[in-house]
Design a protein around this ligand. Structure first.
Ligand code: CA
Length: 235
C-alpha cells in the first residue's frame, strides 16, 4: 500500500485512479513498447500518432511528445498543448534535433529524452515530473515492515536500512508495487533490465537470491514455480 497517498493503486496518483500517460509517437514499434512498459508500471497509458490527435485528446497527467510527428511541427504541438493543459510534457527527440528540444523547453515542456532511451530511465523521469506537478502524491511503497522509497531509492525493513544494487531495487519495486500478485519473470526483466535483456533468465535468480539475503526474511519473496515471483504476506 501507499504510505501517505489517498489510495493504494498505481504510481503517482492522487486518488482518482493511476496517473494517465499519453504516448504521442508515430513509430508503432516504439509506441507499442512504451505503452506496454507504462501499463506494467501501473500507469494508464494511451497513444496517438499525429499532432492533431494530441491536441484533441482528453487532458492527461503526462504527455510523452515525439517532436517529429508527421502533421504539425513538434514545437508548435508543445506550445498548444501547454496552452490547454497543466499536465507534464516530456518531449522525445531524435539525435540532431537539439535546437527543437531547446525550443520545446521554452514552450513549456518539463523534460526531454533523446532516442534511444531505456524504460527505466523514462519511468524515473515520469515520476520526477509527477512529483513536481502532483506533490501531494506519495512516493513510497509499504508492505508490512518493508518500506521502499521511490524518490530516494532507500529501502528499510523493520527500520533497518537495506542497501541494494539498482537491479535489486528494480526487482523489489516491481514486486512491492503490487504485493500478493505473481509478477512474471518477463515482466521483472522488462522493468528492471530496461527491456534490453537478451541473456539467460538465470541472472534474475541470482539477483533475487541476493535480495532475499539482504532483506533477511527469506520467505518474503516467494517463488511461484513456472510463473514468477510475488511478495508474500508479511507480519
Ligand atoms: Ca517521429
Amino acid at each position: 500500500m501507499r504510505v501517505s497517498g489517498v489510495s493504494a493503486e498505481g504510481p503517482g496518483q492522487g486518488g482518482d485512479g493511476p496517473a494517465s500517460v499519453l504516448v504521442a509517437e508515430d513509430d508503432p514499434a516504439i509506441t507499442t513498447q512504451l505503452v506496454r512498459g507504462l501499463r506494467l508500471a501501473g500507469y494508464e497509458a494511451s497513444s496517438v500518432g499525429t499532432g492533431r490527435e494530441v491536441l484533441s485528446s482528453p487532458v492527461v497527467d503526462v504527455v510523452l511528445l515525439d517532436l517529429g510527428l508527421p502533421d504539425i511541427d513538434g514545437v508548435e504541438v508543445c506550445r498548444q498543448l501547454r496552452a490547454r493543459s497543466d499536465g507534464a510534457i516530456i518531449v522525445i527527440t531524435a539525435r540532431g534535433e537539439e535546437s527543437d528540444r531547446v525550443l520545446a523547453l521554452d514552450q513549456g515542456a518539463d523534460d526531454y529524452m533523446v532516442k534511444p532511451f531505456g524504460l527505466a530511465e523514462l519511468l524515473a523521469r515520469i515520476r520526477a515530473v509527477l512529483r513536481r506537478s502532483r506533490p501531494q502524491d506519495s512516493e513510497a511503497l509499504r508492505h508490512g515492515d518493508l518500506l521502499v522509497d521511490l524518490r530516494t531509492g532507500k529501502v528499510t525493513i523493520a527500520g533497518r536500512n537495506v542497501p541494494l544494487t539498482p537491479k535489486e531495487f528494480g526487482i523489489l519495486e516491481c514486486l512491492a508495487s503490487d504485493p500478493g500478485r505473481v509478477v512474471t519473470r518477463q515482466e521483472i526483466m522488462e522493468r528492471a533490465w530496461d527491456s534490453h535483456w537478451y541473456g539467460p533468465m538465470k541472472v534474475l535468480d541470482v539477483h533475487v537470491a541476493s535480495l532475499r539475503k539482504k532483506l533477511g526474511q527469506p520467505g518474503l519473496i516467494e517463488t511461484v514455480y513456472g510463473r514468477g515471483f510475488r511478495l508474500a504476506d508479511s507480519r
